[in-house]
Design a protein around this ligand. Structure first.
Ligand code: GDP
Ligand code: MG
Length: 729
């Protein structure tokens, strides 16, 4: 029997449980990609039921289909242009009023929609009783209750989806939002105008087109120009005239009036279909918020959470880190023993294993960091953080909303910068983009862990926390500067959404964490591998170095001298002599590798740029590491691994730590270097995304120059200030 195909899209507000339901429905049969042309994630999966092959698409979460943000455009376009057989709107039943706005827009769109009243458990426990039958009748749409995280109601949801696809009747216009008389009249006139110029092949619902044209929706204007050709102009012209009339009638933009009326409609439905069976419990969320967003307590608590996040990242992460470290050491030793001396072995051991190995050990830290960020998001604390930061953000002339991308920047600057798409004002966006790279991304963490761990031992967590804080402060100062010089202006205030708190589900936390950490692993195999090999090549060539001393002869001489000594010595002295010999040989070898590194290509580059970094207390090997860090900041560590641990037989990080301690680096210069790493030029990928998101290469170049300048100045102040205060040793 031939398989019947169905395409089903999941729509819904952010946090309504879409991804949870998607995962439960499709299990592991998922494909993750991007929507064409934009970097919003697209997830697809498959279900087989009753002879149907059901392809499920997880649309981006949106509160409406008014195309203000890229998510809304993506979601709407998909429904409009791809015509899924059924759209399942996942509704947060504990938060009906907000969810029904999107639900009604879906109905207006005339797609084949069904409603999943998710979070049915929460609604129940809050004493909200929803009469599904009434609701379904009022709205003309099938309604199914679900509890996404427990998988309840999902079979019924699939069955209803199939039934709906088979019956496939649209929603009659009478069942949709009824606007007030003047607006309905305008809609009707416009609808006729649309109908007059189209036939059955016209793909959109004429009433919906009329509504959108009255709302002055630019994208819809574009669409009908494409589909209708010449006559579109006259339709748009009519729409503009009607808009003008409505505007003078209501003294308000029609879209505002229509939004109000939609909420009125929703309030009506809720009155009909929802009863509160118990006295409405004092909202737990509100109680929690009394503390967490308290005027005095809120901010210290927020700082504490962030501090705790880094403590956990650092202390808990230390254990698996040791295991991986040991594993890398074993692997390195194994390959070392396996291969004959030569370039291939050096490439593998000193290039690939040392380079990638020095970074893979940070995987636990990064997983933990992302876990904490997911925890903030899934519990609903993230928006409280934005809310708390609102005041501080106002100092820069930005809203708390801009803080969410900035907070995401702790994970990775690239998605953070893309997250600025939710900001509506272009100036706000550019400003947020310009300051986000100061948020210390997870790639910088390995550098801190190595340097702070080596030089600040027990206080490492606090030092790292201080660095993150410094990043925020610099971001704020920068924002303030730019706002008053480059990007003047301030947008109207807006209401910050505070979704209810929720106990997060471990599985969904893990999925979110993993989704983000995958990128880190991809980087390991890609840019970091290549970077490590390039750094290794630059440090190992040219091969024919003109050494200042004849190291081989020196070693031979030590061997001969000690061979004699050992033979003549009394038996109880032999062991001491042997270790003396070993120490001497190690010193010679170390001197040789140091000279080799200094005379390699990378050493030459290092010495070329050294004068620039000398005033900030960073010696040539550090300078080179910073240069290579432009590719990806993790590479700073692997470069240090190659340059400092050149004589090590193993890629173990303890070796790097010892080497750093012996290299003349002091806590002060380590701090200076960490500050530099924190503030200087974002990585290649970030620069590219800045260029793309601002639409201008000039902003990207400007950002590179500005951040690097700031980094140097800050490091200079700290280093020279520290020296003056006597912290040099
Ligand atoms: P999305 O933003 O719509 O993709 O939402 P997610 O699928 O990420 O879910 C947000 C949070 O709600 C997660 O922590 C889920 O575990 C939780 N969740 C999802 N469905 C339900 C439900 O029916 N009841 C309850 N109590 N929690 C749910
Ligand atoms: Mg999701």
């Amino acid at each position: 029997m031939p398989k019947k195909l169905l395409r089903v899209a999941l729509a819904g507000n952010p946090n309504s449980g879409k991804t949870t339901i998607f995962n439960k429905l499709t299990g592991t049969r998922q494909k993750v990609g991007n929507w064409p042309g934009v970097t919003v994630e697209k997830k697809e999966g498959e279900i087989r039921r009753n002879g149907y092959d059901i392809k499920v698409i997880d649309l981006p979460g949106t509160y409406s289909l008014t195309p203000f943000s890229i998510e809304e455009i993506v979601a709407r376009d998909f429904i409009l242009e791809e015509n899924p057989d059924v759209v399942i709107d996942i509704i947060d039943a504990s938060n009906l009023e907000r969810s029904l706005y999107l639900a009604n827009q879906l109905r207006e769109l005339d797609c084949n929609v069904i409603f999943a009243l998710n979070m049915a458990d929460l609604a129940r426990s809050r004493g909200i009783h929803i009469d599904a039958e009434t609701m379904s009748k009022l709205l003309g749409v099938p309604v199914v209750f679900t509890v996404g995280n427990k998988g309840e109601g999902l079979e019924e949801l699939i069955q209803t989806t199939i039934d709906q696809a088979e019956s496939s009747s649209g929603i009659p216009d009478e069942r949709k939002v009824r606007y007030s008389k003047d607006i309905e009249a305008a809609i009707s006139e416009l609808k006729d105008a649309v109908n007059a110029h189209t036939d059955e092949t016209f793909p959109y619902n004429p009433r919906w087109i009329a509504v959108k044209l009255l709302e002055d929706d630019q994208i819809v204007q574009e669409r009908i120009r494409q589909k209708m050709g010449e006559p579109a102009e006259s339709v748009i012209e009519t729409a503009q005239q009607l808009r003008g009339q409505l505007m003078s009638r209501f003294d308000e933009d029609p879209e505002i009036v229509m939004t109000d009326e939609r909420y009125g409609f929703i309030a009506g439905i809720i009155r009909e279909a929802v009863t509160h069976t118990t006295l409405r419990r004092v909202d737990i969320s509100r109680n929690i918020d009394l503390v967490l967003t308290n005027r005095f307590l809120g901010f210290p608590i927020f700082i504490f959470f962030i501090w705790a996040m880094f403590q956990i990242t650092f202390t808990v992460g230390a254990y698996p880190m040791e295991w991986i470290d040991a594993g890398v050491g074993v692997l390195s030793g194994f390959v070392d023993g396996l291969l004959p001396q030569g370039l291939v072995k050096e490439l593998l051991v000193d290039g690939v294993i040392a380079g990638v190995g020095s970074i893979i050990i940070f995987l636990p830290n990064i997983l933990l960091l992302f876990f904490c960020i997911s925890l903030f998001e899934d519990t609903g604390y993230m928006s409280r953080a934005a809310f708390l930061m609102d005041k501080i953000m106002h100092l820069i002339g930005l809203h708390g909303k801009s803080f969410i991308p900035m907070l995401m920047g702790f994970g990775c600057n690239v998605p953070a910068i893309m997250a600025t798409r939710t900001l509506e004002s272009r100036k706000d966006r550019i400003l947020t983009i310009m300051i986000t790279p100061f948020m210390s991304c997870s790639a910088r963490l390995p550098v801190y862990i190595v340097l702070a761990g080596t030089f600040f031992a027990a206080k490492a967590g606090t030092v790292i926390f201080g660095l993150y804080l410094l990043g925020i402060v610099v971001a704020i100062l920068t924002g303030r500067l730019f706002r008053s010089v480059l990007l003047r202006g301030f947008e109207a205030p807006f209401v910050m959404e505070l979704p209810p708190y929720r106990v997060p589900m471990l599985k969904s936390l893990l999925i979110h964490m993993w989704d983000r950490s995958k990128m880190f692993l991809k980087k390991m195999g890609g840019i970091i591998l290549v970077g490590s090999v390039v750094v290794w090549a630059l440090s190992t060539f040219p091969r024919d170095i003109d050494y200042s001393r004849d190291y081989h002869t020196e070693i031979d001489r030590i061997q001969t001298v000690y061979a004699e000594k050992i033979q003549e010595a009394p038996p109880d002295r032999v062991a001491a002599l042997k270790s003396e010999r070993q120490a001497l040989i190690r010193d010679v070898n170390k001197a040789r590798s140091t000279e080799k590194a200094r005379k390699s290509y990378i050493g030459r580059i290092g010495h070329l740029v050294a004068p620039v970094f000398e005033p900030v207390g960073i010696e040539w090997r550090g300078s080179v590491s910073l240069l290579t860090g432009f590719v990806a900041k993790e590479i700073v560590v692997s470069t240090m691994g190659v340059l400092y641990a050149v004589d090590a037989d193993e890629a173990e990080s303890e070796v790097l730590r010892d080497a750093l301690r012996n290299s003349g680096m002091t806590p002060l210069s380590a701090l200076s270097m960490m500050i530099f790493v924190l503030l200087y030029v974002p990585c290649l990928a970030t620069v590219a995304v800045i260029a793309r998101e601002t639409g201008s290469v000039r902003w990207a170049f400007f950002n590179v120059a500005y951040t690097t300048g700031v980094a140097w100045i800050a490091a200079f102040i700290v280093y020279q200030g520290g020296l003056a205060l006597g912290f040099g040793a």
